[in-house]
Design a protein around this ligand. Structure first.
Ligand SMILES: [Zn+2]
Length: 191
């Protein structure tokens, strides 16, 4: 079973987890930044993470893996590969989460829900509602990262591979400004 240290290593090596001095879109400063999509561009890393998720849930016998677009599409596919079960995804159409493209669930089918990163849990909750509407059975939820700072609550078991608390600071009270005398950079921008 993959441990938190190995997950952090993969996220750093793939550039999904950056360390330094960052200016967040909220205007606050932080010393780490996560862009989970970065790791999903590497199938070999994605495979390792997906196998970690598979290890958690295999004993609960999921029959299908479901992820919300976009973040959940690649991960659901990789987890489906790891457990040798089908993987489908939901997506927003006119702002509403739906199954499209002929994807559907059977009544009572055992569903594992996956998402790359859970922040507010909004997309996952919308997905849970449409799965419930199909009367499938939700066995649980996994993500690579839970960065909700312990705030997110689902009514089904939730097991992320990594819980990552990212403290952020007001610019007037930022210890990294104080210590390093550097200017924060906007993640994703080039020098
Ligand atoms: Zn700062």
């Amino acid at each position: 079973m993959i441990n938190q240290k190995e997950v952090i290593k993969i996220l750093k090596e793939s550039g999904a987890l950056l360390e330094g001095h960052f200016l967040l879109s909220s205007g606050r400063h932080a010393e780490s930044y996560i862009q989970c999509a970065q790791v999903l561009q590497y199938p070999w890393y994605t495979k390792e993470l997906a196998e970690g998720i598979a290890d958690i849930w295999l004993e609960y016998q999921p029959e299908v893996v479901v992820g919300p677009a976009m973040g959940g599409v690649v991960l659901a596919y990789a987890v489906g590969q790891a457990i040798k079960r089908p993987a489908i995804f939901s997506e927003r159409k006119d702002g509403k989460m739906k199954f499209r493209r002929g994807f559907k669930l059977e009544k009572g089918q055992r569903v594992l829900v996956v998402e790359d990163v859970v922040t507010t849990g909004g997309s996952v909750k919308e997905l849970l509602r449409i799965i419930e509407a199909e009367e499938a059975e939700i066995i649980g939820i996994s993500s690579i990262v839970d960065r909700s700072n312990g705030k997110v609550e689902f009514k089904y078991p939730f097991q992320p591979l990594l819980r990552l608390d990212v403290p952020s600071y007001d610019e007037t009270d930022c210890p990294i400004c104080e210590k390093d005398k550097t200017k924060p950079i906007k993640p994703g921008s080039r020098k």
